[in-house]
Ligand binder design. Structure first.
Ligand code: ZN
Length: 415
């Protein structure tokens, strides 16, 4: 049997960076190469119906091997990675019996993973740390999840321990927010599922952002600058700066944490006659989320009144909602997570996702789906790291979830 770390090192040799500018699905064909590799491996594990569908999703299922009535549990991870930092040519290194100090990732480029910057690093002391060379991502987000799922499943099948039916899906294009676009919830067939996409061993999450994208278009009026006063010159760049200055100063991603939402100015394209601002608006609270969008419209209204013309236009598009609203009466799903973690000697640590996950969208598509750890930290960065022991721990958590013989809960249970 392969260990989760062996699988992980195999998987990160595949470049699966997704591409937000692509109009194909999946956004990059190389994701399907990796998907085909996973299908092959799943078949070798005895998952007879493993297959890749026309969109590049990988599905597979295992029937129950016991008489008990048990829920059908789904396990999901995504196959793509970000492409910035680069996702190709990952050169992993295992530091055996890590001493808990700073790690030089790249001597030549003087790239150092410091405990001062990443305090949780020192908690890996004594483990076999897995790092990159500081020029690429490591790929733990989310290949650590895939490695842990298949290792856990292999273990369950090898042990012959009683388990309920379960199903597995690996999705493309999660990093560009398209991971659930063609996900077939009905075909998948789970009563509830877990994404393994969440960081340090023990972490689990059932709250995510309500998120929207807002475009603010400001129309100015250009004329000969020398006659600006008499011809009513109106500089849309200045009005855009005025708009931005009316937003709450500290409600931005650099000044918020935990349950604090924010406005993030993502793009500012300005000329005198036309300026466009793009914002991301995120908040865990639906009420505050709606208030944030309303404030943008209020500011636009104020400026339109001030300039006596409809110069500012705001359009908002909701992108995702907090999964909590779909999970709050399903506390029994989280009970399974806590039981699984306790059974492997890991302290459960719940914290809100400051972002969204495939599972948040799936929860709104009828498949309740909190997010669990995948055993890798510092996602989307050259400082990503994991450990042999963390990956093994997550695969043990998978075993524990699948072999939990608690019958399906008939009653709702509040969180
Ligand atoms: Zn991820």
């Amino acid at each position: 049997m392969k260990t989760a770390a062996q699988r992980f090192l195999d998987y990160i040799s595949y470049d699966t960076g997704s591409d937000i500018t692509s109009e194909t699905f999946p956004s990059t064909a190389k994701q399907k190469v990796f998907a085909a590799h996973l299908v092959q491996e799943m078949k070798e594990l005895g998952i007879a119906d493993a297959h890749m569908d026309e969109y590049g999703y990988v599905y597979g299922s295992v029937p129950s091997n016991c008489e008990r009535k048990l829920p059908v549990i789904g396990l999901i991870s995504h196959m793509d990675t970000v492409s910035d930092p680069p996702s190709a040519g990952i050169r992993p290194r295992i530091i055996r019996d890590y001493d808990g100090g700073d790690v030089v990732l790249n001597q030549e480029k003087e790239i150092v993973l410091r405990t001062a910057d990443y305090p949780s690093l020192s908690t890996y002391q004594g483990q076999d740390l897995i790092v990159g060379d500081g020029t690429t991502i490591l790929g733990g987000d989310d290949k650590a999840g895939i490695a842990a799922i298949l290792t856990g499943v292999e273990q369950v099948l090898a042990d012959g321990a009683p388990h309920g039916a379960f199903c597995i899906a690996f999705t493309p294009d999660e990093e560009i927010s398209r991971g659930t676009k063609y996900f077939d919830v009905e075909k998948f067939g789970a009563d509830f599922a877990f994404t393994l996409d969440g960081g340090k061993l023990g972490d689990y999450q059932y709250e995510s952002f309500n998120g929207a994208q807002a475009e603010v278009v400001i129309r100015g009026r250009m004329c000969h600058l020398g006659r600006g006063k008499s011809r009513g010159l109106r500089n849309s760049i200045r009005i855009a700066m005025e708009f931005q200055s009316m937003l709450p100063v500290f409600e931005d991603p650099a000044n918020t944490e935990k349950h604090e939402g924010y406005y993030h100015l993502d793009r500012f394209d300005g000329r005198v006659s036309l300026t466009r601002l793009l914002y991301r608006i995120n908040d865990h609270s639906r009420e505050k989320f709606e208030q944030k969008k309303a404030l943008l419209r209020e500011i636009a209204g104020f400026l339109n009144q001030k300039y006596g013309d409809p110069v500012v236009q705001v359009s908002c598009e909701d992108i995702c909602y907090n999964m909590y609203d779909r999970l709050k009466d399903k506390g029994y799903i989280l009970d399974r997570v806590r039981r699984a973690l306790h059974s492997i000697g890991v302290m459960p640590n719940e914290r809100p996702v400051r972002g969204s996950t495939d599972g948040a969208k799936l929860s709104y598509m009828g498949l309740p789906c909190p997010n669990l750890c995948m055993g890798s930290e510092n996602a989307h960065s050259i400082y990503e790291f994991s450990s042999v022991q963390a990956l093994a721990g997550v695969s043990r958590m998978v075993c524990a979830l699948l072999t939990d013989l608690t019958p399906p809960e008939e009653q709702e249970k509040q969180m």
